[in-house]
Design a protein around this ligand. Structure first.
Ligand SMILES: *[C@@H]1O[C@H](CO)[C@@H](O)[C@H](O)[C@H]1NC(C)=O
Ligand SMILES: *[C@@H]1O[C@H](CO)[C@@H](O)[C@H](O)[C@H]1NC(C)=O
Length: 383
């Protein structure tokens, strides 16, 4: 090796050493000159040439493909192994499409995507193809679309049609769907025992990390609610009188330890107008199909009030549950955050509210509003 070759080796060694010393002590210098970085500058990176910007953005981002596990740590597979004989039921019109989509989207997100209970949608006229298509993309559960003809649906022949029509028109005006009291008689509902009633444009504010249908079944409940309030007297002027006539004629149907005391404090003489708000209901249709309710319903039907006064299903269902079921078979779902404009039930219990990852404000829950019957229910159940 000659002198100049030795000289070049020393210089090269010196430059490399300086490079490494600066790389370690000055981060930005190291980054700017590192080999891999230089390579990226001059060669097209293999990923950018073959994949779209969207999938690039998901690189290094956790995507959960594993089965959903709810806030309560439930294992989806375990829960869905056991299912109740149950369905959702929604009464709606074609014009309710947007709001029906919202309701189903929310109950799917908060509950049903893990449980896949079927839906029955009932309308006064045929559902449009657009309606069916927009609903069917929302869930992998079975959906059935049925018809409740507006005219003459279960209306007895002796009813004065002119008078009944006036009542019906008033309901249409108030956007109340005719047939609400009868949906459990619909052929599409016959194969189920339990139903969960939903309406267009309602909101579910909390995750539901267990199966309320199975809860009802295992705890032997027949009826449940989230909101209870006073009914407008004008819609049921003669109802309570007929109820009491029926109760006197049929003591055999009145349950021991019933919830009559929630609705009347003078042993039935007067009605305080408290009822369960039936746009949310999870209930046992076998109870509605049973002898007591059938006899009660037929009796009320003969009085004509369904057609002339437009008795709603809310007071009729509520009164029937209060009379024919023991009070401990009526359940208040305190943990289901539910909103039907203008009222919201939001869990007040901090644990329930946190577990449900609720989006509602507990301070604005309707429960103890002046128009709510919840404090009456609490007091009655304490006795
Ligand atoms: C859920 O439970 C099933 C059955 O025990 C099991 O096979 C599955 O791996 C569990 N899933 C998760 C995400 O733990
Ligand atoms: C579901 O309940 C209905 C009504 O009680 C009944 O007719 C039907 O046989 C039940 N189906 C199953 C699978 O148990």
């Amino acid at each position: 090796m000659n002198t100049s070759a030795r000289y070049i080796i020393v210089v090269v060694f010196f430059i490399i050493s300086i490079h490494y010393i600066i790389s370690f002590t000055h981060e930005s210098y190291g980054r700017a000159t590192s080999l891999s970085n230089l390579k990226n500058k001059f060669l097209p990176s293999s990923s950018s040439s073959s994949s779209s910007p969207a999938s690039d953005a998901l690189e290094n981002f956790p995507v959960h493909n594993s089965p959903y596990i709810g806030a309560g740590g439930f294992n989806e597979t375990l829960v869905t192994d056991k299912k109740a004989n149950a369905t959702f039921v929604i009464l709606c019109r074609n014009s309710d499409l947007g709001n029906t989509v919202k309701s189903i989207r929310e109950i799917e997100d908060r509950f049903n995507r893990r449980y896949r209970y079927p839906y029955v949608l009932l309308n006064e006229e045929e559902f449009t193809d657009e309606f069916k298509q927009r609903i069917s993309v929302l869930t992998s559960a079975k959906i059935e679309f049925g018809l409740i003809p507006r005219e003459h649906w279960f209306q007895p022949d002796w009813i004065d049609e002119t008078k009944a029509k006036a009542g019906r028109d008033k309901m249409v005006e108030n956007n109340i769907i005719y047939g609400g009291s009868f949906f459990f008689k619909h052929p599409l509902m016959q194969k189920y025992r339990w139903y969960w009633r939903i309406e267009p444009d309602v909101h579910f504010h909390c995750d539901i990390n267990y199966d309320p249908f199975l809860f009802m079944q295992e705890k032997e409940k027949v009826y449940s609610f989230t909101i209870t309030m006073y009914e407008y007297e004008a819609t049921i002027p003669t109802l309570w009188g007929h109820v009491m006539d029926f109760a006197k004629a049929h003591p055999e149907y009145i349950a021991k330890d019933n919830a009559l005391g929630f609705m009347s404090t003078d042993n039935g003489k007067s009605y305080n107008l408290c009822h369960f708000w039936s746009n949310f209901e999870i209930a046992d249709m076998d109870f509605w199909r049973g002898e007591a309710y059938q006899a009660f319903f037929d009796y009320l039907d003969r009085q004509g009030g369904f057609y002339y006064e437009r008795w709603g299903d809310a007071p009729v269902h509520s009164i029937a549950a209060a009379l024919f079921a023991p009070r401990d078979k009526i359940h208040f779902f305190s943990d289901i955050g539910y909103e039907h404009n203008p009222y919201t039930h939001c869990p007040k219990d901090k644990g329930e509210w946190e577990r449900g990852r609720c989006s509602c404000d507990p301070a604005r829950s309707f429960d103890y509003d002046g128009y709510s019957c919840m404090s009456k229910w609490d007091k009655f159940m304490e006795k």
